[in-house]
Design a binder for this molecule. Structure first.
Ligand code: BTN
Length: 332
């Protein structure tokens, strides 16, 4: 385990994963260390933000249990077509940011397009517009994947929208309904944010570009982290009112993204228009858009153009926006 010190912590976590009480003595026996050492390691798990209940006479319990990401479980769930394009799958415990790690690896040649990076926790998770992405340990999904586009940056318009569609497809294949897309790349349920997408690029303006596509999905947000989020949000387990299988979800995301990417590389966003219309939560609403240049624009959202730009109708006519942050205006 990267930050929590040694593979033994993963073993300890695996023992506590069932959410039942385990005595210090039995844990010490299983790990072949002293009870005092167990006590110390429990402290390290708490430092990761995990809620460990300590009860005298009964031992330790991970409140609600936990499901750790397991590379082998994810790999085994991938069909051959996905394995054919997957270069490597990495599962980390603690990283700064999966996007940042993958970008750096592409830059120094230690990763290739087709690499997927997942982490249990991000200490410097990146959101859009320089925001921080809350990334508590083992609660949510933080996934980045790399893909090479041969035709330069201009051919990538609409990629984040197509990625949003791929994420919703993965959720639908996993039995989750009721998730929509808020332009440009928020995953929403009702008015609450379920996840987001951050695409970062490495390469030439007109030559081959490596895109790192980062997906953050709230699965089970710990209460302590929830208090720090400054916008309406929801997690998957609340939405579906049952436990989620993060390994199966991670696999579904990889399958869906790797099926969308060749399609997007070949034909751009155009082929995704119908799907966008089905999932677009803004269409027909009065909105305010904080445009990339800081201007606030008011109008009615009218879907997107064939490149994925937002169509905003207002008194002066139609305006196409390629970036920005949208909020829906409520009538008084
Ligand atoms: C947003 O602000 O809506 C985008 C959030 C994107 C978060 C994901 S989590 C995996 C990847 N690594 C990061 O540091 N950010 C993205």
């Amino acid at each position: 385990m990267v930050a929590a010190g040694g593979g033994e912590d993963r073993v300890l976590l695996a023992l506590l994963a069932d959410g039942a009480f385990h005595s210090g003595e039995s844990l010490a026996l299983r790990l072949g260390i002293s009870r005092a050492a167990i006590w110390k390691r429990i402290g390290r798990l708490e430092e990761l933000g995990l809620a460990v209940e300590r009860r005298s006479g009964r031992g330790y319990r991970l409140d609600g249990g936990i499901e750790l990401l397991e590379r082998d479980r994810i790999l085994v769930a991938l069909p051959q077509a996905t394995r054919d394009v997957l270069h490597r799958l990495e599962v980390h415990d603690v990283v700064g940011s999966t996007n940042e790690l993958l970008l750096r690896a592409l830059r120094n040649g230690t990763a290739s397009p087709g690499t997927v990076v997942l982490a249990e926790q991000q200490t410097a998770g990146r959101g859009r517009r320089g925001r921080r992405w809350m990334s508590p340990f083992a609660g949510n999904i933080y996934l980045s994947l790399a893909w090479r586009f041969e035709r330069g940056v201009a051919a990538l318009e609409g990629l984040s929208l197509a990625t949003g569609i791929a994420v919703v497809h993965a959720l639908e294949c996993s039995g989750v309904t009721g998730v929509g897309l808020k332009w440009p790349n928020d995953l929403v349920a009702g008015e609450a944010k379920l996840g987001g997408i951050l695409i970062e690029l490495e390469g030439e303006l007109s030559g081959p570009v490596d895109a790192v596509i980062g997906i953050g999905l709230n699965v089970r947000m710990p209460r302590a982290t929830a208090a720090l989020i400054d916008q309406p949000w929801i997690d998957l387990e609340t939405l579906v009112a049952r436990r989620a299988d993060r390994n199966a979800l991670a696999a579904a995301l990889v399958v869906s993204c790797f099926s969308m990417l060749p399609r997007f590389a070949a034909g751009g966003f155009g082929a995704f228009g119908d799907e966008w219309r089905r999932l677009d939560v803004l269409a027909g609403h009065d909105v305010t858009v904080m445009a990339g240049d800081g201007r606030a624009l008011h109008g009615r959202a009218d879907g997107v153009d064939p490149n994925g730009a937002l169509r905003l109708l207002h008194a002066q006519g139609l305006q196409l926006l390629v970036s920005g942050e949208v909020s829906v205006r409520r009538s008084a």
